[in-house]
Design a protein around this ligand. Structure first.
Ligand code: ADP
Length: 236
């Protein structure tokens, strides 16, 4: 479904992506990992067309993204930092986003129920806690039921129950055949949900495969030590 070919991106002197080749097949949960600043968000934003690569090409369902913006209609994206207009009420924000994507039929009721957001619908966004804002962010992301879902740090600020509900939601979406791309610093979360991980290091893909394969390759007994062993090589 997603094919990334020889992707390069630099910001000034900072060469962030140095030739990424990546193939993400249809259906399943793929986690993108890597140290801070390794280019995870830059890669995600390139797939979303929010960052224009210097070189290389990305194909979604066989179609190049160059000068083609319609594919974005088939992606639901959870940004890492959601700067919502503080003066809007939650219900007004949901209505506004529905209006913007009017070609889609939203399913916000089920998600509002799932994250227990009813008591907050009449509240202004400026008055919400970080975790509640993140739940609103999740409702906005999942309500359009697109085949590709991209989640940048989805657990951010969530309490344990919402964390659990998010996992259930992600698994339910996978069952529908969706492809879900995730970045997260929470290794236990990544380990629980991922079919495959993609590890970015120094502008390249260091590893792509299952967690079991990563453990074998790094000769480590568990996921945490496997990740630590990659990082200690890069910091050495
Ligand atoms: P990650 O998501 O892995 O933490 P990012 O993709 O956010 O990494 O950033 C990779 C590097 O690119 C960082 O050094 C960051 O400062 C730089 N960078 C990202 N976006 C921009 C931008 N718009 N302008 C300049 N530098 C950027």
């Amino acid at each position: 479904m997603i094919e990334v070919k020889d992707l390069h991106k630099r910001f000034g002197k900072n060469e962030v992506l140095k030739g990424i080749d990546l193939s993400i097949s249809d259906g399943g949960i793929f986690s993108i990992l890597g140290p801070n600043g390794s280019g995870k968000t830059t890669l995600i934003k390139s797939i979303l067309g929010m960052v224009i690569p210097d070189k290389g090409e990305i194909f979604v369902d066989g179609k190049s993204l160059r000068n083609n913006f319609k594919y974005r209609n088939h992606i639901d994206y959870l940004p890492q930092i959601a700067n919502f207009p503080g003066n809007l009420k939650v219900s007004e924000l949901i209505a506004m986003i529905k209006d913007l994507r009017s070609t889609k039929t939203p399913d916000d009721t089920r998600l509002i129920e799932l994250f227990k957001l009813q008591p907050f619908l009449d509240k202004k966004l400026v008055n919400l806690s970080g975790g509640t804002k993140q739940k609103v962010n999740l409702v906005l992301t999942f309500m359009f039921d697109s085949p590709l879902v991209i989640l940048d740090e989805p657990t951010s600020g969530l309490d344990p129950i919402s964390h659990l509900r998010l996992k259930q939601l992600i698994f339910a979406e996978k069952e529908k055949g969706k492809t879900i791309l995730v970045t997260s610093h929470i290794l236990s979360f990544v380990e629980e949900i991922s079919d495959e991980i993609v590890f970015l290091l120094e502008g390249k893909i260091y590893f792509k495969g299952s967690i079991a394969e990563l453990k074998t390759q790094t000769e480590q007994p568990d996921f945490e030590h496997a990740i630590a062993s990659i990082l200690s090589t890069s910091y050495a």
